[in-house]
Design a binder for this molecule. Structure first.
Ligand code: HEM
Length: 477
């Protein structure tokens, strides 16, 4: 009896195995029109290679997914990720071409949960003239000396308040501290909100909102996506009220991003569109700057020589300004070459945004590869940033490598932490400025010992233990 049962079970599993493999083969052939040109595998039906991709993000070798395939198939290969047939580019030139293309060739593509949570007229989703207009207005404002002076003063005030509460007998969680400060700077920059009850309400709702950005695309009550949509509604009510109040008393001098958009004369920017965009602008702005600062502290903790040089440079400027009886202004913070190199190297190694996804609107040929209409392209920045052909000893934190290079434009084809082309991050100057201010006050006021912590790379880059450090106030301060 046992033998018969075992045989039946064995037969059953053999059939299942054959069936799955058959599905897998027909899936590969039916969905790969570029099979003859591009190598790669499409993985399992529906899920493709997504699980493999995600699981690598949780390991100590997040690059292993890409490295393995690059070795087998070359720098550009096909796969199936997040529900779409995808061409993965780990080649700087191909990625640059994709980033530089306009919406006739490629448009942004995001996981479904993210598009559900973004407004339809979000800067992250729209294309064409309206996108150019909003991107241009925001980018110009973020570059203005007025905004940089305001961010400097806000950031310094919030930072010094926060540092005054740090105790030497308990750990400071750098990731949390920086998040708290950066959110307040961002809300002031976007809608002119000062710290207080409304700010706290917005911050709490925003945390609930972002929790659903990479969730399952199910909107039923009780699901994460539903909770996030509810939080967005609450934020929307408050932000819309602020925008309406501003519209009533519109000031010709733009003091924040909302003012800039309200003052636009094109009459294309409705209050609803502005209000929605204020929340969507928080998505790229909120997490990235704290991560940049946290990772810089992590790398500096592991590289005493770089920390020493950074400290010297910042102390020297601090003393020079004190002798003159002046406070540092925004261009002072950005004037220290080694500090900028530390930030650049952190961006290269940290890969806060590992890459971006675009969808092909037509068949596009690049460098001999055909990207078929409807397919996605993942331009994988991390692979380029960690490619030894572009950056010598790429896994080594080496800020000195940037000393001879001019990175003021924010991107070159082998260094694209802020993307490129029409969607080049408008917040790049702001990110560098905030990181420079934090590093200046941190290294000139404190010595510290970092607890062991590790970097996690999925769904977003973050520190597993939030980067706990033990600080001691320095004698120099
Ligand atoms: C270390 C910090 C930051 C990094 C690494 C970063 C990275 C990026 C990248 C890679 C893109 C391109 C996305 C794409 O091509 O689809 C982008 C776009 C964008 N970033 Fe940033 N960002 C940072 C900080 C900020 C800040 C502080 C803001 C301020 C709100 C901001 C606002 C935006 C916006 C609005 C876009 C969309 C631009 C568009 O689609 O036209 N970013 N960012």
């Amino acid at each position: 009896m046992d033998v018969i049962l075992s045989a039946v079970v064995l037969l059953f599993f053999t059939f299942i195995f054959i069936f799955i493999n058959k599905c897998r083969r027909s899936w590969i052939s039916s969905s790969s029109p570029v099979r003859s040109m591009l190598l790669g595998t499409m993985g399992w039906p529906f899920i493709g290679e997504t699980l493999d991709f995600i699981s690598c993000g949780y390991t100590d070798h997040p690059q292993s997914f890409m490295d393995k395939r690059r070795l087998l198939y070359g720098k550009v290969f096909k796969s199936h990720l997040f529900g779409s047939p995808t061409i993965v580019s780990t080649d700087a030139e191909v990625s640059r071409f994709v980033l530089q293309s306009d919406a006739n060739s490629f448009v942004p593509s995001y996981p479904k949960s993210l598009t559900e949570l973004m407004g339809e007229s979000s800067i992250l989703r729209i294309n064409g003239n309206l996108h150019r207009r909003i991107h241009g207005l925001i980018g110009a404002f973020f570059k203005s000396p007025y905004l940089k002076a305001q961010v400097t003063s806000d950031m310094r005030k919030l930072l010094l308040q926060s540092m005054a509460t740090w105790k030497e007998d308990r750990p400071i969680y750098i990731q949390d501290e920086t998040k708290h400060i950066a959110f307040q700077v961002l809300a002031k920059t976007l809608i002119g909100l000062d710290p207080g009850e409304e700010m706290e309400y917005l911050r709490i709702q925003f945390q609930k909102f972002v929790a659903g950005l990479m969730s399952l695309p199910l909107k039923l009550p009780g699901t994460q996506l539903h909770r996030s949509l509810q939080a967005k509604k609450k934020m929307g009510k408050l932000v819309y009220k602020i925008i309406r109040d501003k519209r009533m008393n519109v000031s010709p001098d733009s003091r924040d991003v909302a003012d800039v958009l309200l003052n636009d004369k094109s009459e294309k920017l409705t209050d609803e569109l502005i209000s929605d965009n204020m929340i969507d602008l928080m998505i790229p702005g909120e997490d990235s700057v704290p991560l940049l600062i946290t990772l810089a502290i992590k790398y500096l903790s592991d590289c005493p020589k770089a920390l020493h040089q950074l400290k010297e440079e910042n102390l020297e400027l601090k003393m020079r300004k004190e002798d003159l009886g002046e406070q540092l202004c925004w261009d002072d913070y950005l004037s220290m070459p080694f500090t900028q190199s530390v930030i650049t190297e952190t961006l290269r190694m940290g890969n806060i945004i590992m890459g971006v996804i675009r969808k092909a609107m037509k068949d596009v040929e690049v460098k001999g590869y055909l990207i078929p209409k409807g397919w996605c392209v993942l331009t994988h920045f991390r692979s380029v940033h960690l490619d030894e052909n572009y950056h010598e000893s790429p896994h080594q934190f080496n800020p000195w490598r940037w000393q001879e290079r001019d990175m003021s434009s924010g991107s070159s084809s082998c260094f694209t932490p802020f993307g490129g082309g029409l969607r080049l991050c408008p917040g790049l100057d702001l990110a560098r400025l905030e990181a420079s201010i934090f590093l200046h006050h941190f290294v000139t006021k404190f010595r510290w010992v970092a607890e062991e912590d590790t970097i996690i790379n999925f769904p977003t880059v973050r520190m597993k233990k939030k980067m706990p450090i033990w600080v001691k106030r320095d004698v120099h301060q």
